[in-house]
Design a protein. Structure first.
Length: 430
C-alpha cells in the first residue's frame, strides 16, 4: 500500500513538471498574443539600420574583447577572466540556439544588461559589468541585441565558473547586490551640455570605464566615492590610472585633443596606450565617431579635482639612482631623451607622464620587462614600439632604472623593490 502511495505522489510530480514545462516552453509560444509579439520582435531585429547601429554600440562597449577567447571565434565566449575570487569563463553570445543566445528574447537580454540577472532570474557574477551596463538605454540595448542576433551562430558550450568557496555559491550574490548594486538607466543632467551628457553616458555606462579606472574594495565592488581616480586591475597586475585632468589627476595637464588622440590613434603628446589599454584602443575606441570621442574628452576634463594638488614633500631618492641613470643612458635615452622629453608623435615623454608617476610602479616595471607596444590603428598603422628587457636586465637593474625614471626631472614617485620586480616578472600575461 505504501509503495502505491509513493508511486502516486511520483506520478503527480511528473505530471506537474510536464504541465509546467508545457506552460513555459510550449503554451507561451502558441498563445496568439505571445506569437504575435515574437513575430514583431523578430521583424524589428532584422532592421538593417538597427543592426548597423548595434554593431557600432557593441564596438564602443568593447563586447568582443571579453566574449572572444584568444584565437577563438568572435563573440563565441570562452575567454577566462581571472579575479581574486577565482576564474570565470565568458559565455557564448552568438545566436546559436543551444550554446549561445539563439533562444533569448529581448526581455532576457535587457534583464541581464540592466538588472544583472540570467535567463532564469539567477544573479549574474559582476565580472559581467552590469554595474555599468545598467545605465545603457533600452533603445541602445535593442540595437546591440539586434546586432548579436545577426551574427553567424557558433556552437561552443559554456564552462562553469571556477570560483572558491563561498563565492561559488551564487545565492551569496544577493547580499553583494544589496550592498553594491543599484540598477538604473542613465539620466541626463539638465544643467550640463548635450556633449557632456553624451560623454557621461559613454564613460559611466556603455564604455564602462570605471570598471578598470576605479579602485575596488575587498569584496570586488567599485568604490563609488572614488570613481575614476585609478585602481589596480584585480589579479592582472596592471594599474589603470585616474582619468581626471585636474592637478593630482592621472591625466593632469591633458587637453581634450590629447584625450581624443590617444583614444583614436593610441598616441598623444602626453603618452601612449599600452598593456590592457592598448587592446581597448585597438578593438574599440579607434572606431568611435569624432563626436563621441570629443564628448568623452569633455566629460573627463570636467571631472572635479580630488582635493588640493599634492604639496611636494622632502624627497629622498632610492638607492641605486646612479646605477639607474647609467642604465637609462644606455638603454632608454636614445628614444625617450636625456631629460625624459620623448619625441612628439613617436616616443612618449617620461617626464611628467602620469603612467610613470602613478601610485603603483607595476605598469612601468611591466613595460620594461615586457616592452611597450602601442596599438596598430587606422590613424597610426605603424606605431613605434619598445623592446622587452626581461632577458637583458636583472630584477635589481629593472628596479634601478624604473626608480630613476620615477624619481628624476619633475617626477616624484615612490620606489619599487627588486623583490616586487621579481614577482611581476613571473606574473602571467593575459
Amino acid at each position: 500500500m505504501k509503495r502505491w502511495w509513493q508511486r502516486g505522489i511520483l506520478v503527480l510530480l511528473l505530471c506537474g513538471a510536464v504541465l509546467l514545462g508545457w506552460r513555459l516552453f510550449v503554451a507561451d509560444r502558441l498563445h496568439p498574443a505571445n506569437a504575435a509579439q515574437r513575430q514583431a520582435e523578430a521583424a524589428k531585429l532584422r532592421d538593417p539600420a538597427l543592426v548597423a547601429r548595434g554593431a557600432y554600440l557593441a564596438t564602443v562597449g568593447d563586447c568582443a574583447a571579453c566574449h572572444t577567447a584568444r584565437g577563438g571565434r568572435r563573440y563565441a565566449g570562452g575567454r577566462v577572466l581571472a579575479t581574486p575570487f577565482g576564474d570565470l569563463s565568458t559565455p557564448n553570445i552568438t545566436p546559436d540556439p543551444d550554446t549561445g543566445i539563439g533562444r533569448l528574447r529581448f526581455a532576457d537580454f535587457w534583464r541581464a544588461l540592466h538588472q544583472g540577472r540570467g535567463r532564469h532570474g539567477e544573479p549574474l557574477y559582476p565580472v559581467f559589468s552590469y554595474t555599468s551596463f545598467t545605465r545603457v538605454t533600452r533603445d541602445d540595448a535593442w540595437a546591440i541585441f539586434a546586432y548579436l542576433k545577426s551574427l553567424p551562430p557558433v556552437r561552443q558550450p559554456n564552462r562553469e565558473p571556477a570560483l572558491s568557496f563561498p563565492y561559488n555559491v551564487r545565492s551569496s550574490l544577493l547580499a553583494w547586490r544589496a550592498l553594491y548594486f543599484r540598477p538604473g538607466v542613465y539620466r541626463p543632467d539638465p544643467a550640463r551640455s548635450a556633449e557632456w551628457n553624451r560623454g557621461a553616458y559613454l564613460v559611466q555606462g556603455l564604455g564602462h570605464c570605471g570598471e578598470c579606472h576605479t579602485p575596488r574594495n575587498a569584496w570586488g565592488a567599485m568604490e563609488e566615492k572614488r570613481r575614476l581616480v585609478g585602481g589596480s586591475l584585480p589579479a592582472q597586475e596592471w594599474y589603470a590610472p585616474g582619468l581626471g585632468t585636474q592637478p593630482g589627476g592621472g591625466l593632469a595637464g591633458w587637453s581634450g585633443q590629447d584625450i581624443v588622440d590617444l583614444l583614436k590613434t593610441g598616441e598623444s603628446s602626453k603618452g601612449a596606450a599600452f598593456g590592457p589599454m592598448a587592446d581597448v584602443v585597438r578593438n574599440s575606441t579607434q572606431y568611435m565617431s569624432d563626436a563621441d570621442l570629443r564628448a568623452v574628452a569633455t566629460y573627463l576634463r570636467a571631472l572635479p579635482a580630488r582635493g588640493p594638488a599634492p604639496v611636494p614633500a622632502a624627497f629622498a631618492r632610492a638607492a641605486g639612482h646612479v646605477q639607474g641613470g647609467e642604465l637609462y643612458a644606455q638603454q632608454c635615452a636614445a628614444c625617450h631623451g636625456k631629460q625624459g622629453e620623448g619625441v612628439p608623435g613617436i616616443y612618449p615623454p617620461l617626464d611628467g607622464n602620469g603612467a610613470v608617476t602613478e601610485p603603483s610602479a607595476a605598469d612601468a616595471v611591466r613595460s620594461v620587462l615586457l616592452g611597450g607596444f602601442a596599438p596598430t590603428t587606422v590613424g597610426d598603422p605603424r606605431p613605434y614600439s619598445m623592446p622587452p628587457f626581461a632577458q637583458q636586465l636583472s630584477d635589481d637593474e629593472v628596479a634601478a632604472v624604473v626608480n630613476y625614471i620615477r624619481q628624476s626631472w619633475s617626477n616624484r614617485a615612490g620606489a619599487v623593490w627588486p623583490a616586487e620586480v621579481g614577482r611581476l616578472r613571473h606574473t602571467p600575461v593575459d
